[in-house]
Structures are given as structure tokens and as C-alpha cells.
Design a protein around this ligand. Structure first.
Ligand code: HEC
Length: 164
């Protein structure tokens, strides 16, 4: 009789755990931003952490790995990058300490016109002919998404956009 009661109690406990366990699992799945994202990128400073990317950021990731990874990352799909051979050494694209302070407009300009047009090194090529303005906006969106420390948009976003 005692064994019987114990068995019932164990079954009830298992049933309750099972139900709450399932519910908890469903909630985690629903709130996981990676499941709703177009793509993701590992945090370059912590590869165990994945950063979810919006559609625009995912387009920017594609542009980055085609055009920029060779100078703005240490590892490329083809092996180590050229970055450490350049003077000045280009900032890593996730270098929030450097790039978070730059406005979207400045980034759009230097990527479109190149370093020399902005009083910087001519080693930074101009992409105004290779990439559309939309593609350049997307690579900026990707830059913001992977920034470490994280990028905080300015309080008055209107002040960032040019009047064109
Ligand atoms: C051939 C190497 C090379 C490639 C390819 C390259 N860059 Fe650069 N980039 C540089 C160098 C070098 C600098 C540093 C210029 C300086 O500080 O004078 C730079 C600077 C920059 C800066 C300005 C950083 C700052 O704080 O002023 C941005 C933004 C940037 N690059 C974005 C890009 C993007 C986006 C791409 C791809 C579309 C790209 N770069 C491709 C070499 C490169």
C-alpha cells in the first residue's frame, strides 16, 4: 500500500514537471530572437553568443564578407586577413569603442568616397561605384548590430540623416 501511494505521488510529480517543463520550453522558443531573425553573426568577442540580424543587417553581412572582411576583420573565409599588414591598422568592424562615436552619415561618406576624401588613409577604398547607397546603408546597419560595446542610437535620430 505504501509503495502504491509512493508510485502515485511520483507519477503526479512527473506529470506536473512534464507540463511545466513543456510550457517553459515553448516560452523560450517563442521569445528567442534568433528564431525570428533572417540571419545571425557570432559575437566576435564571444563566439558562444549569437547576434540576431534583421533583413537589412543580413544584407550588410553579405556585403561585409564580400568586400570589407579582408581589412576589417582578423579572420576571413580564406584564412587570416591582411589587416595587421596595413598602416594605419583599420578598425575591426565590431570596434564599438571607435565606430559607435561616428554618425551614420560620416560612415556613409567614408565608405562611399573612400578614406582620402575624408582626410584619412587612401588604403580605405571608395565604394560609391561598386555598391549602391542602399548596400552601404546595410553594411552600416550590420556594423551597428555587431558593435562591442553595443551601439546606442543617438537620442535624436533625425539629427543623423542628411537632407538629400
Ligand atoms: C584594402 C583594405 C580595406 C578595405 C577592403 C576596406 N577598408 Fe575600410 N578602412 C581601411 C583603412 C586602412 C582604414 C583606416 C583609415 C584611417 O584611419 O586613416 C579604414 C577605415 C574605415 C572606416 C572609418 C573608421 C573611422 O573611425 O574613421 C570605415 C567605417 C570603414 N573603413 C568601413 C569599410 C567598409 C564598410 C568596407 C567594405 C565595404 C571597407 N571599409 C573596406 C582599409 C580598408
Amino acid at each position: 500500500m505504501r509503495t502504491h501511494n509512493f508510485a502515485i505521488a511520483a507519477l503526479v510529480a512527473a506529470a506536473i514537471c512534464g507540463v511545466t517543463g513543456c510550457r517553459k520550453h515553448a516560452e523560450t522558443a517563442k521569445s528567442d530572437p534568433l528564431l525570428a531573425a533572417y540571419d545571425s553573426e557570432p559575437d566576435w568577442n564571444d563566439s558562444a553568443k549569437m547576434i540576431p540580424l534583421s533583413y537589412q543587417q543580413a544584407q550588410g553581412k553579405r556585403v561585409f564578407y564580400q568586400y570589407c572582411v579582408w581589412c576589417h576583420a582578423d579572420a576571413t573565409p580564406a584564412g587570416p586577413s591582411n589587416r595587421s599588414n596595413l598602416t594605419p591598422v583599420p578598425p575591426l568592424l565590431n570596434d564599438g569603442a571607435t565606430l559607435n562615436a561616428e554618425s551614420d552619415e560620416y560612415l556613409q561618406n567614408i565608405i562611399t568616397l573612400g578614406g582620402s576624401a575624408m582626410g584619412k588613409s587612401a588604403m580605405m577604398p571608395p565604394y560609391g561605384r561598386a555598391l549602391s547607397a542602399e548596400e552601404i546603408r546595410s553594411v552600416i546597419a550590420f556594423t551597428r548590430a555587431i558593435a562591442q560595446p553595443p551601439y546606442q542610437p543617438p537620442g535624436r535620430p533625425g539629427s543623423q540623416y542628411s537632407a538629400k
